[in-house]
Design a protein around this ligand. Structure first.
Ligand SMILES: [Zn+2]
Length: 308
């Protein structure tokens, strides 16, 4: 949340320095429970914490061990790292077993998602209250921990915090159409500026924000016959909250003026030969955004036109 605030400030300052009037649009978001994992050398990671686990500043300090095949025989006094079971019921069962066996803390590792994507941090949903911290780690957190545990004994210090009365923010810059008529259309270029807990958000989505800021810089020098809006949305990762709030605040008339919305997300992937640009649309069909993106790619000679 602190980081989301910083990113909003950075974006607003950049847009202001380009000469735009910038508006902040605040909206409330649900409480967050964030677990903090500190290593012996002071390295700190963030994970999702279960609200039903121990939420406290008082650290739980113990050695972490990796449990395979749900064999919780030797976990007494230890922080358990375990790949989460496939369903919520499965991982609740894992947590119950670990606690029954005397674990000092539980870290559930996300697994690789169905589309091959790395699982992210999460807040374990438990039905019972426990007196130990129960965290949801990203897949990669779990892998890094295991790597380190192969080298040496790893001791961790776990604390967790409940954040309430949270606000998130959209940052909005407008470039009015050259001639402002009543029916001037509007094009929105939006990119979310938040990230998930425990990730710096370099690709998802500082890359999209970077593209948006660069286009804001370039377009500042042009007269356009459409109004352009550059919007950095907050809290996308929590369910498109910023974008939903933005739309909810518009009148029907304002909605009708919108002709196209471009939302770059993860445009700086480090995959080999990233020659595909994936364009998702609300109804899965071709539209003005996919058409104009394909045309632009063709003009650059970089991309073939997508097939549908
Ligand atoms: Zn994203």
């Amino acid at each position: 949340m602190e980081n989301e605030k910083k990113s909003a400030e950075y974006i607003a300052n950049t847009l202001k320095s380009l000469g735009y009037d910038v508006q902040y649009q605040y909206f409330p978001v649900a409480d967050q429970y964030i677990g903090s994992v500190v290593f012996g050398d002071g390295t700190k990671w963030e994970m999702g914490a279960s609200p039903a686990g121990k939420i406290s500043d008082a650290p739980v300090k113990a050695e972490v061990i990796y449990v395979e095949n749900n064999d919780f025989a030797n976990v007494e006094g230890k922080i358990v790292l375990v790949a989460r079971g496939g369903t919520v019921a499965d991982y609740r069962n894992q947590v119950a077993q670990a606690i029954e066996a005397g674990a000092a803390g539980v870290i559930l590792q996300s697994v690789v998602g169905s589309r091959g994507n790395y699982g992210q941090t999460f807040n374990p949903s438990l039905t019972e209250h426990y007196d130990i911290p129960v965290f949801g780690a990203s897949y990669i957190h779990g892998e890094w921990l295991k790597e380190q545990m192969e080298q040496e004994r790893v001791e961790l210090s776990l604390t967790a915090k409940h954040y309430s009365d949270l606000k998130s923010v959209n940052v909005i810059a407008t470039k009015e159409a050259k001639t402002k008529t009543k029916d001037a259309k509007e094009v929105i270029l939006g990119a979310h500026h938040d990230s998930v807990v425990g990730a710096p958000g370099a690709n998802d989505n500082a890359s999209g924000v970077g593209l948006m800021l660069e286009l804001a810089r370039v377009y500042k020098g042009y007269n356009t016959d459409k109004t352009l809006k550059f919007i950095a949305f907050g809290s996308e990762e929590r369910g498109l909250l910023g974008a939903r709030y933005y739309v909810d605040q518009l009148t029907q008339e304002q909605k009708d003026q919108i002709e196209a919305v471009f939302v770059p997300d993860m445009v700086a992937t480090n995959y080999d030969k990233a020659t595909n640009l994936y364009a998702l649309t609300p109804d899965g069909r071709q539209n003005i955004v996919t058409d104009s993106t394909g045309d632009a790619g063709a003009r650059l000679g970089q991309f073939g036109y997508p097939s549908w």
